[in-house]
Write a protein that binds this ligand. Structure first.
Ligand code: FE2
Length: 346
């Protein structure tokens, strides 16, 4: 297997390929390096099959969509990933075929709810779940240090000791590690109980990364328009949440809420479908279309999307524009489907 890290910085992007067939994948590409990745692949006569994000990144703009635009690559993310334009949603245990290679997907949430690791031919790409001598922080929205401990100890640490570990970040100039080494010497995990790990992670006191809001919100929505004004953290935190069962009850009542679905048109009729009676107003055109929604300013409005992340942004935008009663469907259409509630597809 061909494997090379392409950034030589703190953020790692891996190019992996089957050397016999030239089928290749990029793991965690940075948007600003798109041209470089395509040039390297052309030099080796590789053909991109997949552009994979191990999770929704908070510290850089993802390059997966640009790579997919310019090559035949399909964008791959975990099933809970909030972003649109993902071509392949994967779940735990799925296999991605890459020529003669088989990449096994391990669902490893905790750093984010949509974290995966990839196990290919003795190489393990751990995203920000397991770092060399560390672990990815779990204090961003949706992070869960207990889940992260379980993913690391019950999933990653059951792989053979000689498995090579390639994380998405490294701040100390390391190249790779092994499962055996991390199991015995990773200071955050080795010899620590789940409770001890949670307490370590709760007390890291790390500052937020630069440009976190810009990177996170553009990666969650795949909006690349730099003029888009995203709400700030305080506005997002004030958004009221409604659960799928609460919404189902509200819809059955006398004055049902107005549902605004902020996904892309192709998602509205994809396998997750949409809620009957909802109106489609994609997030990227929402600020321009609010005049069409004027009549609903005093009504109860519920914003809906794939995973409840883009719709939180939408709810904050509508609230700031004077809509009086806006809530967000927590977990979005993913949870609506998981609850077995009815959907429409056309
Ligand atoms: Fe990350």
């Amino acid at each position: 297997m061909f494997c090379r890290e392409l950034n030589r910085g703190k953020c790692k992007t891996y190019l992996i390929a089957c050397e016999r067939t030239g089928r290749a994948a990029l793991i965690d590409p940075l948007r600003e390096n798109t041209a470089r990745y395509i040039a390297v692949a052309a030099y080796h006569r590789f053909r991109f099959e997949y552009a994979i994000d191990t999770h929704t990144h908070a510290d850089h703009r993802s390059g997966t969509w640009d790579i997919a635009d310019l090559t035949d690559a399909k964008v791959v993310m975990e099933h809970h990933a909030p972003a649109p334009h993902v071509n392949v949603h994967v779940k735990d245990g799925d296999i991605l075929e890459l020529g003669d290679l088989r990449a096994k997907i391990l669902f490893t949430p905790g750093h984010t709810p949509d974290g995966i690791s990839l196990y290919v031919d003795g190489y393990l790409f751990t995203g920000d779940t397991l770092l060399i001598g560390g672990t990815g922080r779990a204090d961003f929205a949706g992070g869960d240090s207990g889940q992260q401990y379980d993913a690391i100890t019950a999933k990653l640490f059951t792989l053979p000791d000689e498995t090579l570990v390639f994380p998405a970040h490294d701040y100390r100039g390391n190249h790779h590690s092994t499962i055996g080494r991390e199991k015995t010497s990773n200071p955050r995990v080795a010899g620590h109980s789940r409770d001890e790990y949670i307490s370590i992670m709760n007390n890291l006191g790390l500052p937020l990364p630069d440009k976190i809001q810009e990177s996170l919100l553009s990666n969650q929505s795949a909006i690349e328009d730099d003029s888009m004004k995203f709400p700030d953290v305080a506005q997002l935190n004030q958004v009221h949440q409604i659960t799928v069962s609460e919404l189902r009850e509200r819809l059955a009542g006398g004055t049902p809420p107005v549902i605004i679905d902020v996904r892309e048109p192709e998602e509205y009729s994809d396998e997750l479908g949409h809620i009957r009676g909802s109106r489609l107003v994609p997030l990227k055109v929402l600020p321009a279309k609010t005049c069409e929604l004027e009549n609903f300013k005093n009504r109860e409005v519920v914003a809906v999307c794939r995973a409840g992340v883009r719709s939180t942004t939408a709810a904050a935008i509508l609230t700031a524009l004077g809509f009086e009663n806006v809530t967000n469907l927590k977990g979005g259409m993913v949870e609506w489907n998981e609850a077995g509630l009815p959907i429409e597809r056309d």
